[in-house]
Design a protein around this ligand. Structure first.
Ligand code: T1G
Length: 689
């Protein structure tokens, strides 16, 4: 097997280059090779200085995340980095591209650091539910103080090495010519008599004890009580760095790291890291080529359409917005202007940029204006028949190779494609709402959708800063179907004795941003009813229909599942009475407790997700997790519904479903895939490839 660390000696300088593509992750092979290369350099009498440099696009992306959750193989990073630091020959880190997590900790264990100004440095471990576990919490504060260390480690954000607070880590910052600069720096060290300078002995960052403690206090207050575990552990380790001798601080950090590494939260967040990388691996990516994308056409300037136009303009596209008539176009342009003004007020756009991009917009009332569009998105909120007519008209005006997309989550892509002569260029692009805030775009692939069209659509979504997730063009897509199942579970719990506020509270305490009934009131009850019906829950919405019949449409009518006044949502006794009367007719059950509520809501989503996996409507269960996290506010630290099912236990969820299915409602029957996985002792994560 090829070595993962290159070794060459030039005029007394040993250059150790990290060669573990694609990101020089500190996997076992690299750790062993680095340890061996160090031994060689230390034993080689001709070597006076050691330079560590990364090969490829960056210096080092840190620990190999795929190794976590398994027994660590020696040498483990903290020990390896201690070897580096204890070197009797000066060690220089030469950083380009990025030094993240363990990669930055490796640099901190070196005696000197030279870097490219634009290199990104940071400690993203917190986004994996971890902390910098290779000396970062002990070495970094010694150089940069508590404030900078905590800012970097608790936010997990990377910064440019040449920027503000990060400069303190570096002895030399260069625009280019990193390797030469590092070699020159090494030669100067030889001239200066080779001083080693161990970060463990640095005091700069900790000498102002008052400032240090003030930063600790500030962040402790900011973190408050409860919340994720990792930030609190980071704070305690950085605090320890000023109070404990280095090696004791390292042991403190190690214990905290090991606890976090074994946590369900970190397991879930590591799963999401890989799932978000894998979601881009679609069959079309190999075969397809993205077509040119300059002009985007949007039909319909309602909430979704106007949102799409704003996003496309902000991404620099030329946009043609087509509405059915002049008054509708005027309303759409007003809606759009409001969105752009909001973007300016949020600092996403300057006023100058807003004025500039409005020049890229062409508002029209005739589809002929779309003859030069590269991609046309039909966002008019009409039914399947009208959408079909629009696609047939579009087919007559657009140029060859234009991609035609329906923004409706319920559109049958195959049926729409049949209305055109270019089925291979027809697909769905569902932007979950609110388009400005949500990251998700469901790319719905029809039976004839071609690879070029799919790759062009995913490229467009990424250019808007979104995360595209591929799904077969089935009504509801991923989000619609799982949220409909979630609502069906909530309604079942309410019919069996819980109140909407109980379900909402239980699901918020489980991690959902909003409970299903609060969310329904935000969405509008008619839209929820439409989704439930489109996703096959028409016979499970008696309560919802009763509320709508009573004029309760949600927040927009100041009453829905809750009543809304100046103080926000209040429990409404009239709703409780409506529920009681409906229960009376159907007969309630034992009042479900918080755990029952949480488990049934999860079981319903997971069973629907498993159905989609079983029917190959998605590539892998992880795609469902990414879609629900990025588009439907599913808690990231739970890893998504399919990952949460693995950690909750498939057997208990399946048995709960079986109990529900005893009432004869097939929706609750566990899908075969669940039985298969349980029978073979497997998990959804085993299907993520
Ligand atoms: N471990 C394992 N695989 C990794 C990896 C890592 N650290 N980083 C990237 N990959 C894989 C990734 O899955 C993908 O695989 C390929 O490399 C290219 O990545 C002890 C505990 C560096 C900014 O959190 O943020 O250090 O899909 O597509 O867009 O304290 O990758 O090709 O099969 O993302 O150019 C902390 C995570 C680890 C950094 C490059 N480090 N990586 O982005 O490429 S914990 C991180 C990134 C740690 C120590 C602790 C990004 C990147 P595949 P990519 P990119």
């Amino acid at each position: 097997m090829a070595l993962t660390v290159g070794y060459e000696v030039e005029e007394g300088v040993a250059v150790l280059s990290l060669q573990n593509p694609p990101v020089n992750a500190l996997g076992i092979a690299l750790r062993r090779d680095l340890s061996a290369a160090f031994e060689t350099a230390l034993a080689d009498r001709s070597v006076r200085v050691i330079v560590l440099i990364g090969q490829g696009k960056l210096f080092c992306a840190g620990g190999d995340i795929s190794e976590f959750g398994k027994p660590f193989e020696a040498p483990w990073v903290p020990e390896l980095f201690n070897t580096v630091e204890q070197s009797t020959k000066p060690v220089i880190a030469a950083i380009h591209g990025a030094a993240l997590g363990g990669g930055m900790e490796l640099a901190l264990a070196c005696h000197y650091r030279v870097c490219e100004a634009r290199a990104r440095i940071g400690f993203p471990e917190v986004s994996l539910g971890l902390l910098p576990g290779a000396g970062g919490t002990q070495r970094a504060p010694r150089l940069c103080g508590a404030e900078t260390a905590l800012e970097l480690m608790i936010t997990g954000k990377s910064v440019a090495a040449g920027s503000g607070a990060a400069r303190v880590f570096f002895d030399l910052i260069v625009k280019e010519g990193l390797r030469e600069a590092a070699m020159t720096f090494a030669r100067r060290l030889v001239e200066k008599g080779l001083p080693v300078r161990r970060t463990r002995d640095a005091r700069n960052g900790v000498k102002d004890a008052a400032a240090y403690q003030a930063a600790i206090a500030k962040w402790r207050k900011r973190l408050g009580k409860g919340g994720a575990e990792a930030p609190g552990e980071i704070l305690r380790c950085v605090e320890a760095a000023a109070l404990l001798p280095f090696d004791v601080g390292m042991a403190f950090e190690r214990a905290a790291f090991d606890t976090l590494e074994q946590s369900e939260t970190s397991r879930a967040l590591r799963h999401v890291f890989f799932a978000e990388n894998k979601v881009a691996k679609i069959p079309e990516a190999k075969a397809g080529h993205a077509r040119a994308l300059e002009q985007i056409g949007v039909i319909g300037g309602g909430t979704r359409g106007a949102g799409l136009v704003a996003l496309s303009l902000m991404a620099g596209f030329d946009v043609v917005l087509v509405e059915k008539d002049a008054p509708s176009l005027a309303r759409a342009l007003t809606r759009l202007r409001r969105l752009l003004d909001r973007a300016v007020s949020r600092g996403q756009l300057s006023a100058l940029q807003r004025d500039g991009i409005e020049a890229l917009l062409h508002g029209k009332t005739d589809m002929v204006a779309l003859s030069e569009a590269d991609l046309v998105i039909v966002a008019a909120g009409c039914d399947a028949l009208e959408q079909g007519q629009i696609f047939a008209q579009l087919d007559a005006v657009v140029k060859d190779g234009a991609v035609l997309a329906s923004a409706s989550p319920f559109a049958d892509i195959g049926a729409l494609a049949d209305k055109t002569g270019c089925a291979e260029d027809v697909l769905g692009l569902h932007f979950s709402l609110p388009t400005q805030m949500s990251d998700l775009v469901e790319v719905a692939v029809g039976p004839a959708s071609g690879a070029d069209a799919v790759v062009t659509a995913t490229t467009f979504a990424r250019k808007l800063g979104k995360v595209p997730v591929r799904v077969l063009g089935v009504p509801g897509r991923i989000g619609g179907r799982l949220m409909a199942a979630y609502q069906a579970a909530a309604d079942r719990l309410v019919m069996s004795g819980a109140l909407p506020r109980d379900v909402d509270r239980a699901m918020r305490r489980w991690g959902m941003a909003l409970g299903p009934y609060q969310l329904a009131d935000v969405m509008g009850l008619e839209r929820v009813l439409a989704r439930q019906e489109e996703c096959g829950h028409g016979r499970r919405v008696a309560l919802l229909r009763a509320l709508i019949k009573d004029g309760r449409l949600g927040r927009k009518t100041s009453k829905g599942w809750y009543r809304y006044d100046a103080d926000g949502g209040q429990v409404d006794p009239e709703v409780a009475a409506m529920i009681a009367s409906l229960r009376g007719q159907t007969g309630g059950g034992s009042v479900p407790d918080e755990l029952d509520i949480q488990r049934l809501c999860l079981a319903a989503m997971v069973n629907e997700g498993a159905r989609m996996v079983e029917e190959c409507q998605v590539m892998r269960p992880g795609d469902i997790d990414v879609a629900m996290i990025r588009g439907f506010a599913f808690p990231r630290w739970r890893g998504g519904p399919m990952q949460a099912a693995d950690s909750t236990g498939l057997l208990s969820l399946r048995n709960l479903l079986r109990t529900c299915a005893q009432d004869g409602d097939a929706f609750w029957r566990p899908v075969n895939l669940l039985d298969e996985l349980i029978k073979n002792g497997r998990h959804f994560s085993d299907l993520n490839g």
